[in-house]
Design a protein around this ligand. Sequence first.
Ligand SMILES: [Zn+2]
Length: 182
Amino acid sequence: MTRCMVLNASYEYLNIEDSWFDSLMLVLEGKAIPIEHYPEVVRSQHCTFQLPAVVVMRYQVAVKKRTKLFQMPTKKAVFIRDNFECQYCGARLTMGAGTRDHVVPRALKGPDSLTNVVASCKPCNGRKANRTPEQAGMVLRSRPRPLTDEEKIRCVLKTCRSKERQTWLGCLKRLGITLWSN
Ligand SMILES: [Zn+2]
């Protein structure tokens, strides 16, 4: 069954509700307002309910700031953004065997940030060593950048069906909502 994205009253991301029943109950109990539905309906004896795809809580739920999670160049965030490919040679990477590379090395005061860290295979990382790509004569395949909303969603969910992703992202775009904004 399809899952529901739950936004806090501030329209910040809160969590993903796995159970369609629980997300429907949030709406029926008046705790949340649906802002996007799936085409699917469920029927009780007397009523038909459209399944919510995105809901907004009516009250603010206290949460730890998640913003930091997606601003830090964690291996997971960097690898998802870089599509699990070495940004120097294009080799396919796994979380276990791949490494993070600071484009401007830490030794040269390069920041530990998403705009300075890329996914790299061990050989490329070793070859580059404490040099910039220019100094090492290596070319970056893409410029390191912050995560998109879609990539953030991929960071928090193990699996994300394309239908769910399309519905969620379509809704956020339509309403101009940015997840995990500062
Ligand atoms: Zn490589």
